[in-house]
Design a protein around this ligand. Structure first.
Ligand SMILES: Cc1cc2nc3c(=O)[nH]c(=O)nc-3n(C[C@H](O)[C@H](O)[C@H](O)COP(=O)(O)O)c2cc1C
Length: 218
């Protein structure tokens, strides 16, 4: 398939079928992820696949620790910044459109909200972790691996969704999984086969006109 078409075809999937993707397929996508750019080919990442009991356990830990942990995330922009206001406004508009669409399609909003704590009930989830190092390059590389993974997964008919709760609740998750304290859990990705009929998987998606976000300096 044309790569540009695939890039646009990837979308956040928040309702999955119960079918568990085969291990070989996931390994193939993770192998693709490992070809993401990274400094001096250090490959500063660890991919931790959660299935079965480990997935249930981590979902429980997230539910327990989320509200306490979320408050600790430092804001990146002050509320008074013009840019912060612009992003807030975009968020509000997108959210309102999504809610309107879901209401029209009688979606259970409580269950949808809980999805942020339980990987949207996907049969698998992957934690993308990295090691602290001199600069931020290890984090940038791991994020790049995450996008590469999602594209490879989309190409194989899998659905994915980013899970922010993993970084927010990382202290509790590391403790539960007995991971090295030093590891940084960049975030998680829910993985499974998409329920293509579910309204939440068919919410209208947009991007800004490209002229609005490009400055071409000569
Ligand atoms: C850093 C980051 C964190 C995200 N966290 C979540 C999340 O916790 N739960 C969720 O359902 N989607 C999450 N998403 C997915 C975004 O909501 C989604 O990418 C956005 O709405 C655009 O939709 P699309 O992925 O279908 O293009 C996250 C995406 C990114 C990049």
């Amino acid at each position: 398939m044309d790569l540009l078409k695939l890039i646009k075809q990837r979308k956040s999937i928040r309702t999955f079928t119960k079918e568990v993707p085969p291990r070989q397929l996931i390994l193939e996508c993770l192998e693709a992820a490992s070809w993401a750019p990274n400094p001096t080919s250090q490959q500063p990442w660890q991919f931790i696949v959660l299935s079965g009991n480990s997935l249930i356990k981590v979902s429980e830990i997230i539910k327990e620790s989320y509200s306490g942990a979320a408050g600790k995330t430092a804001p990146q922009l002050t509320e008074n910044s013009e840019n912060a206001r612009m992003l807030e406004q975009r968020k509000k508009e997108n959210f309102s459109e999504m809610l309107g669409f879901l209401k029209e399609h009688n979606t259970d909003m409580t269950s949808l909200g809980e999805g942020n704590f339980n990987f949207h009930r996907a049969p698998l989830a992957i934690i993308f972790a990295t090691y602290p190092y001199k600069d931020q390059n290890h984090i940038k590389s791991t994020v790049s691996a995450m996008q590469t993974f999602m594209l490879a997964a989309t190409a194989r008919g899998l659905g994915t969704c980013w899970a922010n709760a993993v970084s927010i609740c990382q202290d509790a998750i590391k403790k539960e999984l007995e991971l090295q304290d030093e590891l940084i859990l960049v975030d998680g990705i829910s993985v499974g086969y998409p329920d293509l009929e579910a309204p939440i998987n068919n919410v209208p998606r947009h991007r800004l006109p490209i002229e609005q976000v490009v400055s071409w300096l000569e």
